[in-house]
Design a protein around this ligand. Sequence first.
Ligand code: HPA
Length: 265
Amino acid sequence: MTDTRTPCMVLGDRFGAPPDVGIVLGSGLGALAEQVEGRRVAAYTEIAGFPMSTVAGHAGQLVVGKLAGRSVALLRGRWHLYEGYEPALVTIGVRSLARWGVKNLIVTNAAGGVSPRLAAGDLMLITDQINLTGQSPLVGMPAFVDMSAAYDPGFREAALAASRECGVELKQGVYAGMAGPQYETPAEVRMLAAIGADAVGMSTVLEVLAARHAGIRVLGLSCITNAAAGGGTGAGVDHKEVLKTGAAASERFGRLVTAVLPKLK
Ligand code: HPA
């Protein structure tokens, strides 16, 4: 149940000690929030500095509790450049978790498959990213953040081990972040393949920059919801299909996250 007593809260004042792991839930992957034990929920409207999240499939809630024995805080709904938010606001959730004292983060998203190795419904461990938004939340800091191991190698090993243990297949690849909101043209998808991207989406890359700047260790998981630009089928990409495929994968996604959480240490 949503508790609306405290407007303008600071996360530590409301929820106490920071959780072991923060989790940013992507489009259609919000169902994981239902599995959190001892759930305490704050609407984004109650949290200082959080703009309302507006995209269909994004709820706009912070959910705090326990999952697989770890204390977690789930950001259910995120902010995107294509909604008109500046990089500072796109990363407000991650920066708030960092200020709270969160040290470990799982970022998740829905993405289009660029590589022919990836099919709709696949889960992909993000091994690295390409920021094609032309923007950075670190402008003006200035912060020459090392991005040579942005997605934590130990966390990647943990995710692969969890995948083997829980029997949820996990592919691997490089995530390219575009500003959107339009989906890609076939020519853009060919460009993405040529520069080394395996999947493409409209989120995550700025959040990971902010997280690394704050010294947070990051695990990234994509749900491949479609072939980018329809994969040459002529079918194109439909946002409703993206949400539907994400929802259909959410049970496997939840099992994987539950299996990996105890290993993020
Ligand atoms: N492109 C960009 N973002 C996406 C896609 C896509 O094909 N699918 C889900 N998010």
